[in-house]
Design a protein around this ligand. Structure first.
Ligand SMILES: Cc1ncc(COP(=O)(O)O)c(C=O)c1O
Length: 490
């Protein structure tokens, strides 16, 4: 029974053996156990070893009686412990856990309920076409990034190692303010820039600060799932507003609800349809927000990639009344796992956003913020954007060319002025959701617009990301898609 080579001490092995015998019913309640001296002799161990084992069993309630009067198996062991094997006990415990009603907050229960609205990314993200939302990761200048990182690590400023300001690393905020002013016409002072863990964090903070349970929120239909989940987490009532060629339409929205407290829009490049919101509609929305004491969240997620048409400056830049909360992200311009983004908030909201941000996780990692600040300040960011704009424009052309060559009559892939994906349109009788499922079985990652729609009869299209795939991958992807589509049309 005893194993000298075991890592477990001898007393522990004896304790475990007796305990097991009790639990499996081999040793019955009230059964006497051998005296310590006798058992020590039988097992060839010291008496102290037996005393230690018995002491432990006494302490846990398995034994009763005392030295002199004899030692017995306890007469009243908890019933559930008796006659149950380890496996049975585990199964019983699992059932108990599964059956219990969770004693969590109403906010917690709400979060559990809205799970379907939350982004769940494929963790085993294989780079198979046509996953959208991913930049060309292998084109990122990691040599430059790592040179900046190395320089920093060699001579790390003390302020980058201690706790930082919740609003973010000041040189990064200054660099972002300068970039947004120039590139997006955002009107702001660096103090209005708050660094967040990506757009996701920015949207969740905004939901927390502006919204009460039950508030009505206008959302574009179809709508970015990350935004939908973030705002729903504030227990709001979403009001889906279909977008048309000019983007979000205020009159359509007012027809659905007159009491919205906030609206979420992607005016520079509607997600996922890729439309640009017209100037007239932008101005109307800002007027509405001012007149109704309401808020506009402008998600400017990949406005940097525009290839044709007149770029419209940000909605924030048109706003004179501090009604627009601007959300930016580096997920599409650097890489998503960096988890850095920003908010630009009106001056009188800096304090509350800073407090909310600080209560989350104090601040985003300072070392990454410092590397990014330097990357922008030294001009690498602007250079990288220029290169990627050109590359993505080329990749879009390749996708269009291949679609024309191989998918004519099967899928209508339309050119877009901006962005990192195209939409492929299907005739009514071929459902995009089905094609997407079949495509997945063929190692293609394609989302149907339906995945982002509130409408039970969503636009019948497929989202084809092209930014992160080279010519060969795009060609192969299109051939595979052709095979899938031909089967569907059959
Ligand atoms: C509309 C929209 N907003 C924001 C983001 C970026 O989110 P994050 O900064 O949290 O990565 C994405 C990414 O796909 C997006 O599609």
């Amino acid at each position: 029974m005893l194993n000298e080579k075991s890592a477990a001490p001898l007393y522990r092995q004896i304790y475990e053996a007796v305990r097991q015998a009790i639990l499996t019913g081999e040793f019955q309640p009230k059964m006497p156990l051998p005296a310590t001296r006798l058992l020590a002799k039988q097992l060839g161990v010291s008496r102290m070893t037996i005393i230690n084992a018995y002491d432990q069993l006494f302490a846990e309630g398995y034994l009763e009686g005392r030295t002199g009067a004899g030692t017995y198996i306890a007469s009243e062991l908890p019933e559930e412990l008796l006659e149950m094997s380890k496996a049975t006990r585990r199964r019983t415990a699992e059932k108990r856990v599964a059956a219990r009603s969770l004693n969590i907050s109403s906010q917690g229960s709400w979060l559990a309920k809205i799970g379907a609205n939350v982004l769940r990314l494929d963790r085993a993200m294989k780079f198979t076409p046509f996953q959208h939302g991913l930049p060309a990761l292998d084109e990122f200048p990691f040599d430059v990034w790592s040179r900046i990182a190395q320089k920093l690590y060699k001579n790390m400023p003390r302020e980058v190692l201690g706790y930082g300001e919740p609003e973010g690393y000041r040189p990064l905020r200054e660099a972002i303010a300068a970039h947004l002013k120039l590139a997006r016409g955002v009107k702001c002072d660096y103090a209005q820039v708050i660094i967040t863990s990506g757009a996701q964090h920015a949207l969740t903070l905004a939901g927390k600060i502006f919204l009460e349970p039950g508030d009505e929120v206008w959302m574009e239909d179809p709508c970015y799932l990350g935004a939908r989940g973030a705002l729903l987490s504030a227990e709001i009532k979403p009001i889906a507003v279909p977008v048309d060629a000019d983007g979000f339409d205020l009159s359509e929205a007012l027809g659905k609800s007159k009491n919205a407290k906030l609206v979420y829009v992607t005016p520079s490049h509607q997600y996922p349809l890729g439309l640009t919101m017209s100037l007239a509609r932008r101005l109307a929305l800002i007027d509405w927000a001012r007149a109704n004491d309401a808020w506009i969240i402008e998600d400017d997620y990949n406005s940097e990639y525009r290839y044709a048409g007149r770029p419209l400056a940000s909605l924030q830049g048109l706003d004179r009344d501090g009604r627009v909360i601007y959300v930016g992200t580096f997920s599409k311009t650097i890489f998503p796992s960096l988890r850095l983004g920003c908010l630009v908030v009106p001056k009188d909201l800096i304090e509350v956003f800073t407090i909310a941000r600080s209560l989350n996780d104090l601040h985003s990692p300072l070392i990454e913020q410092a590397i990014l600040a330097e990357f922008i300040a030294e001009g690498h960011f602007a250079r990288h954007l220029r290169r990627m704009r050109k590359l993505y424009e080329e990749r879009q052309k390749i996708l269009l060319r291949e679609a024309k060559k191989q998918l004519e009559g099967l899928l209508e892939v339309r050119e877009a002025d901006a962005g990192m994906h195209l939409i492929g349109w299907l005739p009514d009788e071929i459902r995009a959701e089905r094609v997407a499922k079949k495509a997945a079985q063929n190692n293609l990652k394609i989302s149907p617009i339906a995945a982002y729609s509130f409408n039970p009869h969503p636009p019948n299209g497929l989202i084809l990301g092209y930014a992160s795939y080279n010519e060969r991958q795009i060609k192969e992807g299109v051939s595979l898609l052709k095979k899938v589509l031909l089967e569907e049309y059959d």
